[in-house]
Design a protein around this ligand. Sequence first.
Ligand code: OOG
Ligand code: NI
Length: 453
Amino acid sequence: MSHSTFVSPNEIRDRFSKAMSAMYQAEVPQYETLLELVDQVNRETLERDPALAKRLSNFDELNRLGVERHGAIRVGTADELAMLRRLFAVMGMVPVGYYDLSEAGVPVHSTAFRPVDDDALAYNPFRVFTSLLRLELIESATLRERAAKILAGRDIFTPGARELIARCESQDGLSDEDADRFVSEALETFRWHQDATVDLDTYEALQAEHRLIADVVCFRGPHINHLTPRTLDIDEAQRRMPQAGMNPKDVIEGPPCRDCPILLRQTSFKALEESIRFAGERQGTHTARFGEIEQRGVALTAKGRELYDRLLGESRRRTAGLANNDHQRVLAEVFTDFPDTEAELRRQKLAFFEYRLTEAGRQSGKAGDTDIEALIEQGLVEARPITYEDFLPVSAAGIFQSNLGGGQSDAYEGNANRDAFEAALQSKVLDELELYAARESASCQAALQALQG
Ligand code: OOG
Ligand code: NI
């Protein structure tokens, strides 16, 4: 088969994310309500703020506003994780970042499978936050062995998915027809099952150890546990959730509302209690699935990230126990120490920007200066914030915890083990900061070069 008849990985990812969204809306009707709410808030925000509408339209972002940005799953074994890496590779999604959640009392470590190139992100930014259960953190040896045995007995991939992944790898792409088959076979891995693979007693024993362990171990596969559309006004969406019949998590995670948004703000409606049939025909319930929304800002450099982490740490004690409004107010006070103009973020090298010539720059085609800030001042170059495409461990832990229900858990002593994660994955994870830095410096070089000629 000739190469030109293959469907691009971007196109496969686009088809997959749409199929996943349709499946999840059908499985979790409240998620459909969340999408409607977000759409409504986005439309009102654009009407209220024509400058924002214009900026999004200039950046060609209006048309993908309604597209889901991410989803999340949790798997139980190294083999499952390694196979998922191959499955996501078919769709141009590679592992970026390592997140240790054990420190926050969640016995997993994670990565995000995502597209990395600008054009791939623009085509469809869909990514999947993927967590691997760390059985070694379970204290009871009996329970640990029981969980491992149950996990060893399942195959979360259909034979068709395995076959198409192998075909894609060997011929370096999939035909249109195979791509459609791949999407529907791959989707099976993420489907919800009302039947647990274990009896109620086993479920309860695992649940008592940690709710997340029961969620990973007791089902046929790693059901998608949430999808996340993008909102232009997360504070308003959070405010409106109860009116729309949703129970929002207590606080919005991440930085406060700012003139120059940084990193990522997230909230969710809390996971629903769903009925489950356990082996032995006993009925019970399980709480796992929810809907989330996100609002993204500029990616921070290592220096900016340090400042963010420090301020977030400082705010922790002061925000403990506060309801969202007060939480946000205190957070905003603490974050006054984080510069809030683009020029200052650039000057202090706190955030990443992409540079390009302005219309005047293109016309002049030549400049004496080689200092990028001077060129910006002369109106020849413009800087655009690079959107943060990754996740935040403290926020992720907050999302996990509010959706697992139950009380706070203590930190596990195991903590970070990136080597073990990469060994399970059978691949390195990419460093997100390097990706942003490379984009910034390539755009800067290109702008400067264009003005030398
Ligand atoms: C993942 C929670 C983290 C995010 O957006 O930070 C997450 C999970 O609950 O499996 O989705
Ligand atoms: Ni999420």
